[in-house]
Design a protein around this ligand. Structure first.
Ligand SMILES: Nc1ncnc2c1ncn2[C@@H]1O[C@H](COP(=O)(O)OP(=O)(O)OP(=O)(O)O)[C@@H](O)[C@H]1O
Length: 822
């Protein structure tokens, strides 16, 4: 057997590489695309002149004929172990990389080899491998092989690397059932064939070949497929690769991602340097649940302005895009841009309207005048389309016209039959709506069913100007936006619980298309979910399956808000008193007031604590939890200045209406906060008139309890209306500018069970107050029966706001009722 004649230096230079080194060399070769067989001067400094020994070495190399001899083999064997049959000890590995070998026939005798590395040589024939029946790994990369697996089938072969050769054709590898990894990059292969039966193949590298079409992969269990730098135009033949995890299709001419949508285990996809132009192609990847890495670098699609965020939005599970880690903020930005959550939509709507409103002349609004701490009372009916919100709102406003007026929204939709302009809606064109939006006239806007809807500030203001509370209706989107504002309406959810019935009703109306009906019906559940998930989001919920029943409940609820419901109780109590069966308990010290004397509750506290829920206080608390003392002082100064600026206003005109918190006291007309404070009471007494009011609350009643949480049911809202009974004491209350209209000007309010109108009249007559411009709180007509305290106790001090003494902020509302027009 021929033995290679090698000089000692040569041997040293080409001593077998450690497997690890070998690996890294190989990787480097693959990366750079070169793995030249080693040259004799390999490793020498190019700048150095060749030494004598090197020269000699060069001479020696010239005589090397490329034939492998046993001596060299024996030097390169490693890993002594049992033979496959277990009968003897043999060397299992042979590493002959970079030896300038061209002929390795000597290896025919090494039948026990399990791992053979002959990479980076000049080998053209691998037939000797046929004798290595137990070979599991073969690395013959970087040679001059033009034939593919040119040896008898080796059924144990698992890993084969034939990269960087000159192979043009693949052939049937059906016998290689154990083959798991096949590396064929940098060859001249044009077609993928012969692999269908390689049932263990999990890694296939065919990069840098001449493949034009992906085929021949059948149902192989491939996990990693590298087909980069071929001539592939479109993706096909992957549909059955159900286990594919990593796919490299970079450097091809692919323009569509169709064909990838079925790869449900795909985790990374490299499409670098292809022809993908459309963001819409990403849709093919949307359903891939495990895809977390995508590379679309050097594709025309990258030039699109919205590329990054839209890809992130479409593929929300991505962690890496274009070789960059995706930041959480980017994901949030993408979501907010393309599918903003309802809160974001509402926030944006609010922001836009606030910003636009800056264009409007700045002034103090009637709806914000009464009291810095007390929100202007708004009642919002919400619920799905055509569940009767509008009709119920109108009916309620008719019934309680002394307290409420309907605030019509603007819409771009056309009026339905029977709808009145400016009564049901302000019907405007989209252009007008747009103009109104951009000029800051809306408090909130929303789109529903292709039409714009908006609640204008003017709609609220015009009601506020009349001294009335505003009632309006809107979908949940409007509610969300309004909740961002400083208004603090009461929200009543009107919900058709019987969906079939609701659907039938919508159909019978004949106004809506099928999809519109479906949407409306589906929103019933949405409202339900919100109500369930966010207790307290709505102040009350009313089932609208039966319209009349719904109205009865709404009416009752509103009466409770206003305190009118209490008057029913008062009447009953009176009746009970007569029959000696009064069921209500009076609190100590209240006996002089009679059986209907309320139990003092924490309403006082709530009332006094109103600043705590004042919008500005809440906002500033949220925004600057850690104020410096200087900031704190500054804020307080500003708040003081603002309060002083509004000092002329009757602060609690609206205070008693829509108070939140529990109150067991019968609703009465509210009194000014100052009136509740005994000390302020004293000072007021100094200028007292002949009107009485109550300053004799039970001790500690101002501060005994904390505010309760928002009620979420109608019944818990009993507290809403007048905060304090005005019949608790005979303390005189100072009254300035009291208005008590003659009885004949009072519009009767059709509230059953209220009674005691006579008392009230008497009281009024007795007090004889006929002063102009009272600043009465919108409060309880129920207290008519308790009018020992009479109108006077419901009156508040009126001092004019500088420069605004011509028009009263609120018109007379005797006993909590709007004065009827003559
Ligand atoms: N400014 C607004 N903001 C939000 N939603 C609004 C606004 N104005 C009206 N909507 C709501 O838009 C939806 C569509 O309005 P549309 O006029 O078609 O219904 P509707 O017949 O008034 O419904 P309903 O009888 O329940 O009041 C309704 O649910 C309505 O409450």
């Amino acid at each position: 057997m021929a033995v290679a004649v090698l000089s000692p230096g040569y041997r040293e230079q080409f001593s077998p590489l450690e497997p690890q080194e070998m690996e890294s060399e190989e990787e480097e070769a693959e990366r750079t695309g070169t793995c030249e067989p080693p040259s004799p001067d390999n490793g020498s400094d190019p700048g150095d002149s060749l030494s004598d020994s090197e020269q000699e070495h060069g001479d020696m190399e010239e005589v090397f004929d490329g034939v492998l001899h046993e001596a060299a083999v024996s030097e390169s064997l490693s890993r002594l172990g049992r033979s496959a049959l277990g009968t003897e000890y043999v060397y299992l590995d042979l590493l002959l990389s970079k030896r300038n070998l061209t002929d390795i026939h000597v290896l025919c005798g090494y039948t026990h080899l399990q791992k053979l590395d002959v990479s980076c040589n000049g080998i053209t024939d691998l037939s000797c491998v046929s004798y290595m029946l137990y070979l599991t790994e073969l690395n013959a990369s970087n040679n001059r092989l033009s034939s593919f697996f040119d040896f008898v089938p080796l059924k144990n072969l698992k890993v084969v690397d034939l990269s960087f050769n000159q192979i043009t054709k693949m052939k049937d590898l059906s016998a290689y059932k154990m083959l798991t990894k096949l590396v064929l990059n940098r060859n001249n292969i044009e077609e993928i064939t012969g692999l269908e039966n390689c049932i263990s193949l999990s890694h296939l590298n065919l990069a840098h070949n001449r493949i034009t079409k992906i085929c021949g992969l059948g149902r192989l269990p491939i996990k990693t497929l590298i087909l980069s730098a071929n001539q592939i135009n479109y993706i096909s033949g992957l549909e059955n690769l159900k286990t594919l995890q990593d796919l490299d299709l970079s450097c091809n001419q692919i323009s569509s991602l169709e064909g990838l949508d079925c790869l449900e285990f795909l985790q990374t996809l490299n499409l670098d340097d292809n022809e993908i132009c459309q963001i819409s192609e990403i849709a093919y990847l949307e359903e891939l649940p495990l895809l977390h890495g995508l590379n679309l670098l050097k594709n025309p699609v990258q030039e699109q302005a919205e590329y990054w965020l839209s890809v992130l939005f479409m593929l929300q599970r991505l962690t890496d895009l274009d070789l960059k880690k995706i930041k959480v903020e980017e994901k949030v930005a993408a979501l907010n841009k393309y599918n903003p959550p309802p809160e974001v939509i509402a926030g944006r709507d609010h922001m836009a309207n606030v910003m636009y409103s800056m264009i409007q002349p700045q002034k103090i609004f009637d709806s914000t005048l009464p009291n810095l701490d007390t929100p202007y009372p708004i009642l919002v009916l919400t619920g799905p389309q055509s569940c009767g919100k509008r009709e119920l709102a109108h009916r309620m406003c008719r019934d309680f016209k002394e307290f409420f007026r309907y605030g019509p929204c603007h819409t771009t939709r056309n009026p339905y039959f029977g709808e009145e302009r400016r009564f049901d809606y302000h019907f405007v064109t989209p252009e007008v709506f747009e103009d109104m939006t951009c000029s800051g006239q809306f408090l909130l806007t929303m789109k529903y069913s292709g039409h714009d809807y908006g609640l204008s500030r003017e709609a609220v203001e015009s009601v506020a100007k009349e001294g009335l509370a505003c009632c309006t209706h809107m979908e949940i989107e409007g509610v969300r936006s309004l909740k961002n504002s400083y208004f603090e309406p009461r929200y009543i959810l009107l919900l058709p619980m019987n969906k079939e019935r609701y659907e039938g009703w919508l159909r019978r109306k004949g106004l809506f298309t099928r999809p519109e009906i479906d949407i409306a019906v589906s929103r019933v559940d949405m409202y339900k979910t919100i109500h369930q998930d966010c207790p307290g989001y709505f102040d009350a919920v009313i089932n609208t399956d039966d319209f009349d029943e719904a109205y009865t409940k709404l009416r009752q609820l509103v009466k409770e808000y206003l305190g009118l419901a209490e008057s029913d109780q008062v009447s009953q109590n009176k009746a009970g008193e007569k029959s000696g069966t009064d069921s209500r308990k009076s609190v100590p010290g209240s006996s002089q007031i009679g059986p209907s004397k309320p139990i003092q509750t924490d309403m006082t506290n709530e009332f006094l604590d109103s600043a705590a829920r004042n919008y500005s206080a809440r906002v500033s608390a949220k925004l600057s939890p850690q104020k410096t003392p200087v900031e704190e002082a500054s804020v307080q100064r500003r708040q003081l200045a603002a309060r002083q600026a509004l000092a002329g206003k009757s602060p609690d005109t609206y205070t008693q209406l829509f108070q939140r918190g529990s109150l067991t006291a019968p609703a009465t007309l509210g009194t000014h906060r100052r009136l509740l404070d005994p000390s302020s009471c004293t000072s007021i007494l100094q200028s007292a008139s002949n009107v009485t009011a109550d300053c004799s609350f039970p001790p500690g009643s101002h501060d005994t309890s904390s505010r309760d949480s928002r009620p979420s049911s109608g019944l818990s809202l009993l507290s809403s209306a007048g905060a304090f009974s005005d019949r608790r004491s005979s303390h005189p209350t100072p009254v300035i500018n009291i208005h008590s209209p003659p009885e004949d000007k009072m519009e009767p309010l059709d509230l059953s069970g209220l009674g005691e109108g006579t008392d009230r009249t008497q009281d009024q007559q007795s007090t004889g107050n006929t002063l102009e411009t009272p600043r009465l709180p919108l409060s309880s007509g129920s207290d008519l029966g308790a009018s020992k305290a009479s109108a006077s106790s419901r009156l508040s001090v009126r001092t004019s706001r500088p420069g605004s003494n011509t028009k009263p902020i609120l018109p007379p509302i005797p006993c909590g009722r709007k004065k009827s027009s003559p």
